[in-house]
Structure formats: structure tokens, C-alpha cells
Design a protein around this ligand. Structure first.
Ligand code: HAM
Length: 418
């Protein structure tokens, strides 16, 4: 029969052999976030469209090209979340979380949607984990957030990463830089791509992020943002670097790192890995001191990051998972009469936390043993007519071939003892 259906472009199925990797990674993330004092937040799959337009930016690629936006039956415009900082800040304000203390530290692991051109490491439905520290304007908070993600990547075994660091200043001091930048780019206007020419009018900072080969020289020679920021911004940036130095965290200063979302102020950073292919950014983040105010809340400083789970898995794929000693027990029926005993015994052992497989296809003992080997079971428990009669089972170690008769009453303890 022909298979008429395939997963939608840019989405993928996770089969059991792959989902193990995701579960391992999720365990490390939950453990580390809790250790660092971040509490988990889960927000709905969709939000009002205007939340993203207001925060990520009307002119950003995400809002103009990538959002899955639809009208519901009541004609409300809703959007499947393309990022999590805005929904988390919406929830922070809605539930008045600031009342619980001067600092609010939240983390998430969630599924996002962006209609981008799919390629390795770039999906239309993908997963992120991230953290947001709300309340502190001080540089050690920026450095803590950056260190948190680096420690998680270390623990996951991701090597070979580069931390790119920059400051794009406060909104006020950025205005001065933007004037200088626009003047410079206006002079080069005829050499800019169509996209950059339109950005020059709407969002000139984004031109620094252009990957267009013909524009690299123009970008390289553009005025350096760090030379046009206020003294306070420069001090803040210097102190972020000092705090990273205190922990021996290396970084590469990248003055063109402006990020594709509009809410950033001061610190911006990205972590890249050459093991992921063209989409080398595995993590992005920064400070966004104006966002909560823009969403209607009291002016509140905040800083955060998000990392792409699929890209991290890609980077990890180079490394083999350590083989676990297989604790699976295969219970085999050596006669038809033994099948009911196998059926009830399997349930009883599972209730006692013994991982068990058995045959529901009425196959021969030989076929069942082949299946046990295929599943790499550690032991087989074999029950035939004789074992039924004297309430016992033969336990066979499938690597050594050793066999032992064990009474059914002792079986549970015998199997758990190894
Ligand atoms: P972002 O740079 O848009 O930042 O995304 C963060 C990470 O998500 C990227 O570095 C990448 O690893 C992953 N990612 C993004 N798009 C895709 C895609 N289409 N397929 C697979 N992975 C993808 C944000 O989302 C900000 N909210 C980060 C943040 C949190 N800033 C402050 N707090």
C-alpha cells in the first residue's frame, strides 16, 4: 500500500532511538537549571499576534516572514510562538511575579514555530531551552546567564564552541550610533543588496548581520558600535567581560553581533559550533531592559538566552552514547500452556520496576529467543510445562549462556539483584 502522507516540510518525527538523546539532554537541563535557582515556566502554544509584533519587532524577519499566524473562529489573530522571551514576560506581568521577590529567575524547554527555509539545523517546528533573569541591571547577571548556558553545554559534552560577545548599548546611546551608521551606509547605498537597502530605511542595525558576500567589506569597514556608546554602556560591557574573565570563560568580541530580535539593549551574545553546519548558532541571547516596559509593565531590567535543542543534538551526534548494560528481561513461553503464566508474570514484574518484554504473536520458543537477542535483553526467563507444574522458571543469562532454575516466588528478587 502506498504511503500518501509525509510529515510537513520542516517538521520531523523523533523515533525511539533518537528520543533517548533528547531525554538525556532534557534531564541535564532540568537538573542544572534547578541547581542554579531557575524555576520552570510553561506557556501556551499560541499567543496574541500583537505580543510578538510589539516585542520581537514589526520589521524583524520573524514577524514579517516567519510567523504561523491565523484567525480563530472569533476572528482573533493568534500566532504559534516563534520565541519565548515575549510570552515569558507576558506571563511575568500577568501573574505579578515581581511580588515574589526582587529577582525572578525562570527557565523553559519548549516547542517553537518559524516558517524558515528548512535545512540541516533549521526546522519549522523546533525546540529551545532557555532562561530569563528578571530584575537585575548589573553585569554579573549577564555573566551568570552566559555561564549557565556554557556549563550546560559542557555537561552535555559539546566541545569546540565560540562565545561571541557584544554590546549594542541602551536605546538612547544607540540612536547616536545609528545616525553615524546610516550616514556611512547611505554613501554606499548603490552597493547594497535590495534587502539591505530596504533595511536601511526601516532597521539599519540589521544590515550588520547580513551574510551577503558582496556586503562583507562594507560591514567590516562600518563604524564600530563600541566606539559610539555612552560611557555607562561601555562600563557595563567592560564589567560583563571582567566577570567572564573571573570564571576563565573565553569570548570573542564581535561588534557586528546585533541579533535579529529588536528588544535587545546592551549585552548581546551568541554561541556557535562548527559541528552543526551552516546554521552554526546553537544559542543566542542578551539583555533587554526595555521590553517589560514596552509590554505595559514597570521598567524592569532583564537578561536571558535560548539554545536550539536540535542543533545541540546535531553537534552531539558525532559522539556515541555510552552503552548501558541492558537490564531488559525477556520472558519466553516454551509451550502454549505457559503463555498465560508469562502474561501475568510480565505484568507483576513490571509493577516491581523490572523492564520486561514478552511475545504476543504466539511464536515458537526459538523465535522468541531470537527476538530477545535482537532486543539485546540481558536475561531470558523461560517457562515451559515442567516449570508451570513446579512453579518455577529457568533464568538464562544471554551473554554467558548460563542457566539457573529459580522459584517464581524468588524470581523478582533474583532478577533485581542482577
Ligand atoms: P534566537 O537567536 O532567535 O533567540 O534563537 C535562539 C536559538 O534557537 C538559535 O541560536 C538556534 O540555536 C535556535 N533556533 C532558532 N531558529 C531555529 C530554527 N528554525 N530551527 C532550529 N533551531 C532554531 C531567541 O529566540 C531569543 N528569544 C533568545 C533570548 C532569550 N534572548 C533573551 N532571552
Amino acid at each position: 500500500m502506498a504511503n500518501n502522507y509525509k510529515s510537513v516540510k520542516g517538521t520531523k518525527d523523533l523515533l525511539p532511538s533518537e528520543s533517548v538523546r533528547y531525554r538525556n539532554l532534557e534531564g541535564v537541563i532540568h537538573g542544572t537549571m534547578e541547581l542554579w535557582g531557575y524555576g520552570e515556566i510553561r506557556t501556551p502554544v499560541f499567543e496574541d499576534t500583537s505580543l510578538f509584533a510589539r516585542s520581537v519587532g514589526e520589521e524583524s524577519d520573524i514577524v514579517t516572514k516567519q510567523m504561523y499566524t491565523f484567525l480563530d473562529q472569533s476572528k482573533n489573530s493568534l500566532t504559534l510562538k516563534p520565541e519565548l522571551t515575549a510570552p515569558v514576560m507576558r506571563a511575568y506581568l500577568q501573574h505579578n511575579l515581581s511580588r515574589q521577590g526582587a529577582m525572578t529567575k525562570l527557565y523553559y524547554m519548549d516547542t517553537l514555530f518559524r516558517q524558515e527555509r528548512p535545512q540541516a539545523g533549521r526546522l519549522r517546528q523546533f525546540r529551545q531551552f532557555g532562561a530569563e533573569a528578571i530584575g537585575s541591571p548589573h553585569p554579573e547577571q549577564d555573566a551568570e546567564i552566559i555561564t549557565l548556558v556554557i556549563r550546560i553545554l559542557d555537561q552535555l559534552g559539546i566541545k569546540n564552541t565560540t562565545l561571541h560577545l557584544n554590546s549594542i548599548g541602551s536605546r538612547e546611546s544607540r540612536k547616536i550610533y545609528l545616525k553615524v551608521l546610516v550616514e556611512y551606509l547611505n554613501d554606499q547605498n548603490d552597493q547594497l543588496s535590495e534587502l539591505s537597502q530596504s533595511r536601511l530605511k526601516k532597521n539599519p542595525l540589521r544590515i550588520l548581520d547580513s551574510k551577503h558576500p558582496d556586503e562583507q567589506k562594507i560591514i567590516k569597514e562600518a563604524p564600530n558600535i563600541l566606539e559610539h556608546l555612552s560611557l555607562e554602556d561601555i562600563d557595563h560591557y567592560g564589567s560583563v567581560k571582567e566577570h567572564l574573565d573571573m570564571l576563565d570563560i573565553d569570548y570573542s568580541e564581535t561588534p557586528t553581533l546585533v541579533r535579529g530580535l529588536d528588544y535587545y539593549t546592551r549585552t548581546t551574545f551568541e554561541i556557535t559550533s562548527p559541528d552543526v553546519g551552516a546554521q552554526s548558532a546553537i544559542c543566542g541571547g542578551g539583555r533587554y531592559d526595555d521590553l517589560i516596559g514596552d509590554l505595559g509593565g514597570p521598567s524592569t531590567p532583564a537578561v536571558g538566552f535560548a539554545a536550539g535543542v536540535e542543533r545541540i543534538i546535531l553537534a552531539l551526534q558525532q559522539e556515541e552514547l555510552p552503552l548501558e548494560k541492558n537490564s531488559l528481561i525477556y520472558i519466553a513461553a516454551a509451550s502454549n500452556d505457559a503463555r498465560n503464566r508469562v502474561f501475568t508474570l510480565a505484568e507483576k514484574l513490571r509493577a516491581n520496576n523490572v523492564p520486561v518484554e514478552f511475545d504476543t504473536l504466539h511464536r515458537s520458543l526459538k523465535a522468541q529467543m531470537r527476538d530477545a537477542n535482537r532486543m539485546s535483553a540481558g536475561k531470558a526467563v523461560i517457562i515451559g510445562d515442567e516449570e508451570l507444574e513446579n512453579n518455577s522458571a529457568v533464568v538464562k543469562d544471554l551473554s554467558s549462556g548460563e542457566q539457573k532454575k529459580v522459584s517464581i516466588d524468588e524470581l523478582n528478587n533474583y532478577l533485581l539483584d542482577g
